[in-house]
Design a protein around this ligand. Structure first.
Ligand code: HEC
Length: 275
């Protein structure tokens, strides 16, 4: 009974009171006239009995309540998932941000520059219009990186013009390399002084790429460790100074003369190995 609203109880009470009044009237009437009303008077209290004992059945739920009760509930894991939204937004922003260069230093620069050499020397250094550079070949020609930097800067023609019969190591295993001896074509000069398009830092980068990536010098080995650290490692002081314009091929031997295993002369004029 606790659930029956006040106004319904009140209404029921009023109805009961009204019926009680009617019965009394009917009683009077029956006394006055025929016994039909008396029957009614007899019946009325019985008819009114259900009103007293059973409350009206609760009205059926309206359609929108039924719909609300029976619709699919939000799954319990939704909140946990939604709470990850800020993290998703953060990762999204990170992902669309332009990629910063992760690898720095000579090898990172060199791999890009090598695109201009690959047409003649092959993507892997297997050769073509230009000489083979892979499988240690270029290391045989230039045991000293300074000589290779000089040759790539100046190119074959400068060697010919200077009357030099050999570039690189004169005692090269398999024979020394003479300018224009490969297929009669020159190695084109790359340095600014002769109209080439590369900076000295780029020349160092591409030479590092040819030695350590294409020709396979091992930066960890006793033979190459010192050269790698000095010239081709990401922390190379010489590379950084070349990039910043703080040194150049003509004066770096002087600039770094106090360095341990000091670099030899590179130069921008063609010269015999080691001079
Ligand atoms: C137009 C073709 C061509 C292009 C481009 C070219 N080279 Fe060469 N390269 C040659 C030729 C030809 C030789 C052989 C030179 C000779 O016989 O005098 C050579 C020789 C060399 C050598 C000497 C190899 C040895 O063992 O004797 C090196 C090192 C070299 N090139 C590096 C480079 C680099 C670095 C680049 C890109 C910056 C480059 N080359 C771009 C044609 C090319």
């Amino acid at each position: 009974m606790a659930g029956i609203p006040e106004h319904l109880l009140k209404r029921a009470q009023e109805r009961r009171d009204a019926l009680a009044g009617k019965t009394a009237e009917s009683g009077d009437a029956s006394a006055a006239s025929a016994n039909v009303p008396a029957k009614t008077a007899e019946n009325k209290p019985t008819a009114s009995a259900p009103v007293v004992s059973s409350p009206p059945p609760p009205p059926p739920d309206p359609a929108y309540v039924v719909a609300a009760k029976s619709r699919k509930k939000i799954p319990f894991w939704a909140m946990a998932t939604l709470s990850l939204l800020p993290l998703w937004a953060f990762l999204y922003v990170l992902a669309v941000k332009p990629q910063e260069k992760i690898i720095e230093g000579p090898l990172a620069v060199g791999v890009g520059v090598y695109g201009t050499c690959a047409g003649c020397h092959g993507a892997e250094g297997a050769g073509g219009a230009g000489r083979v550079l892979y499988q240690g070949e270029v290391l045989k020609t230039f045991p000293k990186i300074e000589d290779m930097l000089n040759f790539v800067y100046t190119g074959s023609q400068q060697y010919v013009s200077a009357g030099l019969k050999i570039y690189g190591n004169p005692d090269r295993q398999g024979g020394a390399h003479a300018p224009l001896s490969y297929n009669g074509n020159p190695m084109p000069q790359q340095g600014e002084k002769y109209g080439g398009g590369l900076t000295e830092a780029e020349i160092l980068g591409v030479v590092c790429h040819e030695r350590y990536v294409l020709s396979g010098a091992d930066p960890q080995s006793e033979e190459w460790k010192s050269e790698y650290e000095k010239w081709c490692s990401p922390g190379s002081e010489i590379f950084a100074a070349l990039e910043a314009g703080a040194t150049n091929f003509d004066n770096l031997a002087e600039t770094y003369s106090a360095m341990e295993n000091a670099p030899a002369h590179v130069g921008t004029d063609p010269r015999p190995s080691g001079k």
